[in-house]
Design a protein around this ligand. Structure first.
Ligand code: ADQ
Length: 460
């Protein structure tokens, strides 16, 4: 069977524990173990002078290798912190005002894509299937085709694809979309992301979108599809059951002294809507004083992308907001908000989710949001917590019938939804949980990669 080459910006290195690596990394490893292949990405290291050859390491099992490239400091600044995270990330999350475009970022981004393409081209065999992930590598297929590769190359976008009005804001957008058309298959998280891409093709690129999802534009033919990322539903549920008895969850339960817990778990990112979420919690405490001293909100948000200015500003803002909430409402024996700037292992998080009464997932825009799915999977079917979910998370397409949906910009509305979730009768909680867990069982992370790869193999 053909080998699988997977390219993503960051990869989980062989020594890295599954518990730390996250569900997606586990899935990619599984796909590679099944089909045999190589996982290619940035080592995470910056060096004075980067080598052009991939550094290949075996995993021990013989079926998977990982292959990494280092970046120079300048490449890291232009490609990663620059074009990927200061231009494409805010753009795709509809935060045009936070975009910081510089031509050098674009040039650096294209150059790093070219360097990766050269490295991949050196190791690719003619029947390898190549699966490229995310916004760091929009033009990778085009760079590979320029080197003569005729392999099947697929792309999956983990974040939203913006509507044409927003996409047009970024210089060189047409070139980026044209380059995307060099993939054989373009996978999106939701139907609305796929629609946004096709709208651009029809109206801006004057291309043709066929009933069969074929896309003809820029003299190339590609195909689109919707593949919502799932989780390891069964395994996560078992993890949560085991974690409930673990030392961290026990300590947590003890510290709550019978109070209900609302939990939020996110990377510290402006797309996740954390300042408004804190305001919403404030609104709950202001408008429903009966919850004061009866509820604790725990927000876990490890720092991410600290090299980007906007992320440092967000961190300062949240520190202040958290301080203000505690100063305003705390009692000598109760602090309303626990705000933790650090990550936890998946096991520990699973136990925390299981013990929470409310899971708050209120991004302003999110490709999918796996925390929403993991929260649901971790619940006790006999006494489940309630998921409060933003209408702007990709997960809403699958979870809309069971979650309590909110508009994260409506702070008082989110506060109200938290109140309703905290007092929701058991019967309703069970009903909502059952609706959601069925969906999560029917679309696991394994289904996700199998569906994508089957479509890629079948693509002309
Ligand atoms: P992220 O923006 O990183 O991912 P998300 O899907 O919520 O967002 O999380 C990915 C993984 O990281 C999950 O398995 C989660 O448990 C873990 N994680 C998140 N916050 C954490 C924390 N505070 N501590 C420890 N672990 C944490 C991008 C897109 C998403 C999309 C995913 C997958 O932005 O929309 O769902 O890719 O496609």
């Amino acid at each position: 069977m053909a080998r699988l080459l997977i390219v993503s910006n960051r990869i989980a290195l062989p020594g890295e524990q599954a518990a730390r690596a996250g569900g997606l990394a586990v899935a990619i490893r599984e796909a590679l173990r099944k089909y045999g292949g190589i996982w290619i990405g940035w080592s995470g290291e910056t060096v004075e002078e980067a080598e052009d050859e991939l550094r290949i390491q075996g995993s021990g099992s013989g079926r998977i290798s990982v292959a990494t490239l280092d970046l120079t400091k300048e490449e890291q600044e232009l490609y990663y912190a620059g074009f990927a995270n200061s231009v494409l990330w805010p753009l795709c999350h509809y935060r045009v005002g936070l975009m910081d475009f510089q031509r050098s970022y674009y040039t650096g981004y294209m150059a790093v894509n070219d360097r990766f393409a050269a490295a991949v081209a050196r190791i690719a065999q003619p029947d390898d299937i190549i699966w490229v992930h995310d916004y760091h590598f929009l033009p990778l297929a085009a760079a590979l085709r320029r080197r003569g590769l005729k392999n099947r190359i697929g792309f999956f976008l983990h974040i939203p694809f913006p509507a044409p009005e927003v996409l047009r804001v970024v210089p060189f957008h047409e070139k980026l979309v044209a380059d995307m058309c060099d993939y054989d298959l373009l996978g999106f998280q939701t139907a609305s992301d796929e629609r946004a891409f096709c709208d651009f093709i029809r109206h801006d690129a004057r291309g043709v979108v066929g009933e069969d999802r074929s896309v003809t534009a820029f003299g190339r033919v590609t195909r689109t599809g919707v593949y919502p990322v799932g989780i390891e539903t069964e395994r996560f549920a078992l993890l949560a059951i085991a974690a409930e008895l673990g030392p961290e969850t026990k300590r947590l339960v003890q510290s709550l002294t019978g109070r209900k817990m609302v939990i939020g778990v996110d990377r510290l990112d402006y797309s996740k809507g954390l300042p408004l979420r804190f305001d919403a919690y404030s609104s709950l405490l202001a408008n429903h004083p009966q919850h004061r001293a009866k509820v604790v909100m725990m927000q876990i948000a490890p720092t991410s992308r600290n090299e980007v200015r906007q992320y440092r500003a967000l961190r300062r803002e949240l520190d202040q907001l958290a301080g203000r909430i505690n100063a305003r409402y705390a009692e000598f024996d109760w602090a309303p908000l626990r705000y933790l700037n650090r990550g936890f292992s998946r096991n520990t998080l699973a136990g925390f989710y299981r013990h929470a009464h409310v899971g708050l997932v209120t991004p302003l825009r999110d490709g999918m949001n796996l925390v929403a799915k993991e929260f649901v999977a971790a619940q006790d079917p006999d006494n489940p917590g309630v998921l409060v979910l933003s209408r702007f998370a990709g997960a809403v397409d699958e979870l809309c019938d069971g979650a309590k949906l909110v508009n994260p910009f409506d702070v008082d509305g989110v506060g109200e939804a938290m109140h309703e979730a905290l007092i929701m009768p058991l019967e309703e909680r069970k009903e909502r949980y059952e609706t959601m867990i069925k969906v999560l069982q029917a679309n696991t992370i394994n289904d996700w990669y199998e569906r994508f790869l089957a479509a890629l193999r079948g693509a002309n």
